[in-house]
Design a protein around this ligand. Structure first.
Ligand SMILES: [Zn+2]
Length: 206
């Protein structure tokens, strides 16, 4: 791609670093921004800069939050004895949308994936085990996607819980294998949380 301007080339390059954005799309977006009033572009860059510099993660569940403890963890109406273990913040949003879950969350920040060099130490697992030990957690619900990495992560955590007084369950596998939680429709996802099964059963089944 030949550019008539170095400024344009730089902007397109940076935009094309985003996932799913090729050079052509990047060019289209950049040209679109140029057509907008300058204020629009400023608001966008400000929002990104502010997000980056001020972003905060809940000290209990690791959800993105503007406060030290997120709104979900701070809500006294939520059942703190049930903790749903999810991969990332999009899963929290998806499950919240179902209105079928009144417990708390624990955001791992990914899945164990030797292929991508992600080990247990790269995820929020230690703090999860700590939570189970120190708080009144009676049940952990594994809600990771049904991929090999998801299963590996579930099993790793399950092993870490040995000897602790907590039951484990996994969301019903009505969600087809390989689908991410965020793509499941609300009704299906809500139902799969209500119809969760003991984690031991899912090990025997596989
Ligand atoms: Zn929280």
């Amino acid at each position: 791609m030949e550019f008539s301007s170095k400024l344009l080339e730089n902007a397109v390059y940076e935009m094309s670093q985003l996932p799913g954005i090729g050079k052509r799309t990047a060019l289209r977006l950049v040209l679109h921004l140029l057509k907008q009033p300058e204020e629009r572009t400023n608001l966008l860059s400000e929002a990104i800069t502010k997000l980056r510099s001020e972003v905060n993660f809940c000290k209990s569940c690791h959800n993105i939050s503007d406060t030290e403890v997120c709104e979900i963890c701070a809500n006294p109406k939520r059942d703190e004895t049930i903790v749903c273990v999810v991969e990332d913040i999009r899963d929290v949003m998806a499950i919240e949308n179902t209105s079928q879950f009144n417990g708390l969350y624990h955001v791992l920040g990914g899945k164990i994936s030797p292929m991508e060099g992600v080990g247990p130490q790269d995820l929020n697992i230690v703090s999860l085990i700590q939570r189970v030990k120190e708080k009144e957690v009676k049940e952990l619900i594994f809600a990771l996607s049904s991929t090999m990495e998801g299963d590996t992560t579930n099993f790793y955590i399950y092993r870490q819980l040995e000897g602790l007084n907590v039951t484990t369950s996994t969301i019903a596998r009505g969600i087809s294998v390989g689908d991410e939680l965020e793509y499941a429709d609300e009704v299906t996802l809500g139902r799969s949380i209500l119809n969760r099964v003991p984690f031991e059963n899912s090990i025997k089944a596989s």
